[in-house]
Design a protein around this ligand. Structure first.
Ligand code: GDG
Length: 480
């Protein structure tokens, strides 16, 4: 079996159990299953001109190779183009895009540096798997350095419609770079369709019956690979003896109240303000829930150097204060709003003890929290998942209560329905949901992607002229 090389913006600290971020969790699981190398940024910044060789570490069969970013790279590539342009744009939020010039140049520069640093570690029969929006042009950069290995790319976040993407600087170049990969994977059919539409309109593209897309004079295989979780491992965490002891402790503090739980990185894509408003509306129109229900929202800090994140943090603090001020009493805090990282084991316990899992992103690639909530439930007395129709997970988790995350009244009605749902209906829904996330788990996801990458006809067909054409099609216009 070929060695697996994973490349992502950040390499998680494999020894730290308090990780957040769907990618970190999923990739670690994929690498543990196969062994291999994980390459990316170490999370540190250094002054320009500092020369630090990549750091190599080995943890539980996985070799990590990491390097720092310069402060300028951090500003332009990470905060600027990745999180200030691509993240909002691909989540359909043109209103939040920061079009400052210079960011794209930094983005190209770091992708080029990554390719330089990674190339010496590659072996001829490696299979390379590049992750997410920070690294769209990495494949093209590796090809420019003569890399002929199979390279696949997976986009963890949505791919927005072409009408939105058209507003991105050099959007044709961005999409064209994807044609240096042998396989490009998306989370959902919607993302795949948006990509296809883009290349039809802007690249004269067409897709054949086996999923090979030709556009911009090049070709790549495309596919839909909905990510899952390690369902059984998460379930085990929620039912361990340690978890049971924690549950007993939690019951003493919170019960007999019903618990609604929300867990997210504090990100504007997650729909948190409207979620809080929906809870306030529930208490307003169904006053029987006052003192009978608690909503616990965990909002883990993330990307705090990006301006839009400071704004949403302030909004949430104001909203939570207003809700507790309006409805709270000396013996009841209606909303427990927690702005910090919580250990994963604690999350599993909280999910299991909550009667409602409230997941309402305005747009989300997949949303692993929805799946973790289902995995943690007790089949004899399960809770109810309330899920946004704009989470990728809604394409498969059909037995959840599906809501429009922009419609506060509808969400309040759904919460009420979830809190009062009869046991038999809860059991029926939970059984179906659990079967789905067991079948389509993280192991299936990585196997499907890697099998597709191993078998794609593109790489087999790649001859010298193909390689040259792909390289020429993706040459960086500014020569960085
Ligand atoms: C991206 C895409 C896609 C959250 N808070 C804490 C914590 N978490 C964990 C959750 C879950 C993960 O982080 C979040 O995953 P999501 O999928 O919900 O969202 P993103 O981080 O935005 O992930 C997303 C994913 O990539 C995978 O492809 O599904 O659409 O945006 O595992 O439990 N974990 C801990 N403490 C916290 O406070 N330990």
């Amino acid at each position: 079996m070929s060695r697996l090389v994973v490349v992502s913006n950040r390499v998680a600290d494999l020894t730290d159990p308090v990780q957040s971020g769907g990618l970190a969790v999923a990739v670690k699981e994929a690498l543990e299953a196969r062994g291999g190398l994980w390459f990316g940024w170490d999370g540190n910044t250094v002054p320009a001109g500092t020369r630090i060789p990549p750091k190599i570490t080995k943890v539980s069969g996985i070799t990590t190779v990491t390097l720092p970013l310069t402060q300028r790279d951090y500003r332009e590539y990470y905060l600027g183009f990745s999180n200030g342009v691509l993240w909002p744009m691909l989540h359909y939020r043109l209103d939040l895009v920061n079009f400052k010039s210079g960011y794209l140049k930094g983005y190209k520069r770091v992708n080029s540096k990554f390719a330089d640093a990674l190339s010496p570690f590659l072996k001829p029969d490696d299979i390379i798997w590049v992750h997410d929006f920070h690294l769209l042009p990495l494949g093209a950069e590796l090809r420019k350095r003569g890399c002929r290995q199979r390279i696949g790319f997976f986009l963890h976040i949505p791919f927005c419609p072409p009408e939105i993407l058209a507003a991105a600087p050099e959007n044709e170049w961005l999409v064209r770079t994807l044609f240096a990969y042998d396989l490009v994977g998306f989370q959902t059919r919607t993302d795949l369709d948006n990509f296809r539409r883009y290349v039809e309109v802007h690249g004269g593209g067409s897709t054949d019956s086996i999923g090979v897309t030709s556009a911009f004079g090049a070709k790549t295989a495309i596919g839909c690979f909905p990510i899952g979780i390690d369902t059984d491992a998460f379930r085990a965490m929620a039912t361990s003896p340690e978890a049971k002891a924690r549950i007993r402790d939690l019951r003493k503090r919170i019960l007999p109240r019903q618990l609604i739980i929300g867990v997210d990185r504090l990100d504007y894509s997650k729909g948190l303000p409207d979620r809080l408003r929906a809870y306030a509306r529930l208490l307003e129109i169904y006053p029987e829930n006052r003192k009978a229900v608690t909503f616990m929202q965990i909002a883990a800090p993330t990307r705090e150097d990006v301006e839009a994140y400071g704004d949403i943090r302030e909004e949430l603090e104001q909203l939570s204060g207003a809700i507790n001020g309006r409805f709270g009493d000396f013996d009841w805090t209606p909303l427990r709003y927690i702005h910090r990282h919580i250990p994963r084991k604690t999350l599993a316990v909280l999910f299991r003890e909550s009667q409602v899992g409230f997941v309402s992103p305005l747009r989300d690639g997949m949303n692993l929290v929805a799946k973790e909530y289902v995995a943690a439930q007790d089949g004899r007395n399960p809770g109810v998942l309330v899920l946004s129709k704009f989470a990728g997970a809604a394409e498969t988790l059909k037995e959840a209560l599906i809501v429009n995350p922009y419609d506060v009244d509808e969400m309040a009605e759904c919460l009420q329905k979830a809190l009062g749902m009869p046991l038999e209906e809860r059991k029926r829904r939970q059984k179906a949901l659990l079967a789905t996330i067991r079948k389509h788990d993280v192991h299936e996801w990585q196997e499907n992607f890697l099998n597709a990458l191993t078998n794609t006809p593109i790489a087999t067909d790649r001859d010298d002229s193909d390689a040259v054409r792909a390289r020429d099609a993706t040459l960086l216009p500014h020569g960085v």
